[in-house]
Design a protein around this ligand. Structure first.
Ligand code: ATP
Length: 236
C-alpha cells in the first residue's frame, strides 16, 4: 500500500518557484531518499509535506489529500518532521524535550516506555537525560531530535540532513540507530541527505532532484550502480 504520494508538487518563496514538479511515492513501512545538490528543493519538498510551506499539486497521505493543511493538522495525522538544524528546545532538558514530542498523548505508561526505547536506541542520551539540550553535542542533539519525533508515535518520519555537521563516525551511528528504528517500528521515512552513501544504508529507493524536478528515480541498488550518481554524490 502507498502511504504517501506526491504528484507534481510545486512551491514558491515569494515570486521564486523552487519546486517545479516533484513526485514521490512512499510505500507503507518504506523508506525513500531525496538526493540532490544544494538548493535543489529537498528541504522545501519536506516542508510541502509537513504544511510549513504552501504547495500546489497533490499530496496524499493514507488516502487523504493533506495539501493545504496546517502543520499541526499534518502532525496530528502521524507525520513527524525532524528539520535540518534539529529544532530541539535548548532550555529544556533531554527528558523534557522527549516529553514535548509526546504532548498529544495521554498514555503515561506508553510514554515512559517510549522514552526508555529512545534511550535504548541512543544510549548517549541516558547520561544526558537531565542536561539542557543546548549543552549537547551536535550528534546528541540530532539523536534527541529523532527521539522527540519518535515520541509522537508517527507513521511517517521526515528526516532532513540528519548527518549535517556531524563527524563521519557520529553520522554513521545516527544512521545505524535510525535503521534499527525502521526495522523495529515499521515507521515509513522520507530521508533528505547530501551524503548518498549514508542515505543508501537506510532507504530502499531514492529520487534525485535538480532545480525542483525529479531527474532520476530508482532503487538504491540501481542508483548506486550509475556513474552519474557515483560522480555527483558518492565521491567518485
Ligand atoms: P539545501 O541542502 O541547501 O537545504 P535543498 O535542496 O534542501 O538545499 P531548499 O532548501 O529546498 O533546497 O531550497 C530551494 C531553493 O529555495 C534554494 O534556491 C534556496 O535558496 C531557496 N530558499 C530556501 N528557503 C527560502 C526562503 N525561506 N526564502 C526564499 N528562498 C528560499
Amino acid at each position: 500500500m502507498t502511504l504517501l504520494e506526491l504528484t507534481d508538487v510545486t512551491a514558491f518563496y515569494g515570486p521564486v518557484q523552487v519546486l517545479d514538479a516533484v513526485s514521490l511515492s512512499v510505500p507503507d513501512g518504506g523508506a525513500v531518499g531525496i538526493l540532490g545538490a544544494n538548493g535543489a528543493g529537498k528541504t522545501t519538498t519536506l516542508r510541502a509535506i509537513s504544511g510549513t510551506v504552501r504547495a500546489g499539486g497533490s499530496i496524499v497521505f493514507d488516502g487523504k489529500d493533506i495539501r493545504g493543511l496546517r502543520p499541526d493538522q499534518v502532525a496530528g495525522l502521524g507525520i513527524a518532521h525532524v528539520p535540518e538544524g534539529r529544532g530541539t528546545l535548548g532550555d529544556l532538558t533531554v527528558r523534557e524535550n522527549l516529553r514535548v514530542g509526546a504532548y498529544k498523548r495521554k498514555d503515561r505508561k506508553g510514554i515512559q516506555s517510549d522514552i526508555d526505547y529512545c534511550i535504548d536506541l541512543f544510549p548517549q542520551l541516558k547520561e544526558r537525560i537531565k542536561s539542557n539540550a543546548s549543552a549537547l553535542s551536535g550528534g546528541e542533539q540530532q539523536m534527541l531530535a529523532v527521539g522527540r519525533a519518535i515520541m509522537s508515535k508517527p507513521r511517517l518520519l521526515l528526516l532532513d540532513e540528519a548527518s549535517l555537521g556531524l563527524a563521519p563516525s557520529t553520522a554513521k551511528t545516527v544512521y545505524e540507530a535510525i535503521r534499527r528504528l525502521r526495522i523495529e517500528s515499521g515507521i515509513a521515512m522520507v530521508v533528505v541527505e547530501q551524503n548518498a552513501n549514508l542515505a543508501f544504508t537506510l532507504v530502499d529507493s531514492a529520487t534525485v532532484l535538480e532545480t525542483g524536478r525529479n531527474v532520476l528515480t530508482g532503487s538504491s541498488a540501481e542508483l548506486k550502480g550509475m556513474d552519474e550518481i557515483r560522480r555527483a554524490y558518492l565521491g567518485g
